[in-house]
Design a protein around this ligand. Structure first.
Ligand SMILES: [Fe+2]
Ligand SMILES: [Fe+2]
Length: 174
């Protein structure tokens, strides 16, 4: 049966998920790189390094999926390259607590984003669901570690959440 006009086929929905996840994991890695550029001699550096390495693993997985499924990466990749890094540097310059507030804010949004995808996928693609769940677990851990440092910047944090949601929305579409 032909899908109704305006209805996305399962393949298109999965392509859209892979595109946004690749962009998100790429952006996350760039945020940690930016923070590390500023905070490399601080006590939080090994933690940032650890989280960055986990993002690189997530990124590798989604890169493989994007290639295997012939998904076009988002045209906004160069923007996330710069914006992710800039967000990392900016929050890093504000100090360790602001860097952690940034992580807590971004990871909270990503956790909700992955939760939404898992619901949308249902039983459709168990391998993809398993990957998303594994990433989600790491993102929840990042969020919790960051929250332990105290959410000291409510306004910064809500601005970052808004920007992250916008980045997700754009990466799904462009
Ligand atoms: Fe990640
Ligand atoms: Fe993460």
């Amino acid at each position: 049966m032909k899908p109704l006009p305006g209805t996305r086929t399962p393949e298109k929905r999965i392509a859209r998920m892979l595109r946004v996840n690749l962009a998100g994991e790429y952006g996350a890695q760039r945020i940690y790189e930016g923070q590390l550029a500023v905070l490399k001699n601080h006590s939080c550096a090994p933690l940032l390094e650890h989280m960055k390495e986990q993002e690189m693993v997530h990124l590798k997985h989604f890169e493989t999926w994007v290639v295997d499924h012939h998904v076009r990466p988002t045209a906004l990749q160069p923007l996330w390259h710069v914006a992710g890094y800039a967000l990392g540097v900016a929050t890093g310059l504000l100090g360790e607590k602001a860097a952690m507030a940034c992580t807590a804010a971004v990871e909270e949004v990503i956790d909700q984003h992955y939760e939404g995808q898992l619901k949308e996928l249902g039983e459709q693609d168990p391998r993809l669901s398993a990957l998303i769940s594994a990433c989600q677990e790491d993102e929840q851990a990042h969020r919790d570690i960051a929250l332990e440092q105290g959410p000291a910047y409510p306004r910064l944090s809500s601005a970052i959440k808004g920007a992250s949601r916008l980045a997700i929305w754009l990466s799904e579409r462009i």
